[in-house]
Design a protein around this ligand. Sequence first.
Ligand code: ZN
Length: 150
Amino acid sequence: MDVNELYQQVILDHYKNPRNFGELEPHNHSAEGHNPLCGDHIDIYLQINNDIITDIKFKGDGCAISKSSASIMTTLLKGKPVQFARELFNKFHDVVTSDTNTLIDEESLGKLAVFAGVREFPARVKCASLAWHTMTTALDDSTEKFVTTE
Ligand code: ZN
């Protein structure tokens, strides 16, 4: 099995069995995200205590990429400091917007390397990024809904 097949399996697994799926009660941060290009909707809920994400869940409907991205993100951020979440967002963003010829450092990226494949499909980048943008919107306590743009 090549690496791309492996990544596709990870995405399918998280799509079929999303982790941390549902509404989180109680929560003290939340945001709504919408990607009109594909029709993805995602709500992110966070419980943050002393700058630690003690719990995170998501809800919504969308394509396999958007849902699995949200699911994988929650597994990476649960129990982690807010600062870590912001750094991981930047790393994720760098991966999905990098040139397709840029080599992926799998060791430092871990599960994020799964999304390197979407670089070849610009429309899919918005699907993969939706949960991450929505998560940072929630961290910032913005009341604005995150909507992807062209
Ligand atoms: Zn999508």
